[in-house]
Design a protein. Structure first.
Length: 207
């Protein structure tokens, strides 16, 4: 079983924690991670873009000048794409960008992402994060103690309004929960700060 240091909120190592082989020592599959990230980013797109083709643009219909004898190129209406106020060639239309990913591939990508982060030394496990009040400076101090001041992702086992509010104004920190943690957030984070309870929850769900 892989092991990593267990820290307290002051940044001091207070022991070690054993991690599940199935999640934190899984084979790293870059193709699976790539597919899941593509699917996630595609799902963020609204797909509401729309432009009019030449058949939908208002106006036109009359031949702008005779076919022959003018010395100009042959044209019909003035709503062709090459004209001002004309239609758009291959105009975008509302569409769904959904990319289907099998459940097995999503799980494989999730385990691969966590394993790659652990191998890179970018996972920090803390015994708990308990703030007396929702103050940004308190959360900032915790992040500084853990040396996770840049692009940190704090993973909580369940909703904790105090921690979420305290981290809300930190530009380099974000919070999420075990049930909303995804591959994109894992790979996009610089350091991942997991509470001991969050690690246990992840192992219960994905092991």
């Amino acid at each position: 079983m892989p092991k990593t240091a267990l820290y307290n909120m002051e940044g001091a190592a207070i022991g070690e924690i054993e991690l599940s082989d199935a999640i934190f020592a899984a084979p790293i599959n870059e193709a699976a991670m790539h597919l899941v990230v593509r699917s996630y980013l595609a799902a963020q797109r609204q797909g509401t873009q729309s432009a009019k083709t030449r058949t939908e643009v208002r106006g036109g219909g009359r031949k702008i000048y005779r076919q022959k004898g003018t010395g100009n190129a042959r044209h019909h209406g003035n709503r062709a794409p090459q004209f001002r106020h004309g239609g758009v060639v291959f105009a975008p239309k509302p569409r769904d960008y959904y990319i289907a990913v099998p459940k097995k591939v999503r799980r494989l990508a999730f385990k691969s992402a966590l394993t790659s982060k652990l191998n890179a030394g970018e996972i920090i496990v803390v015994d708990e994060i308990a703030l007396k009040e929702a103050k940004t400076k308190l959360m900032a101090q915790v992040m500084k103690n853990l040396k996770a001041e840049r692009k940190a992702l704090v993973v909580l086992p369940e909703k904790d309004e105090t921690v979420v509010r305290a981290a809300a104004n930190l530009a380099e920190a974000a919070t999420t929960y075990v049930n909303t943690l995804n591959v994109y957030d894992i790979l996009n984070a610089g350091k991942i700060v997991l509470t001991k309870a969050a690690v246990q929850s992840v192992e219960e769900v994905y092991a």
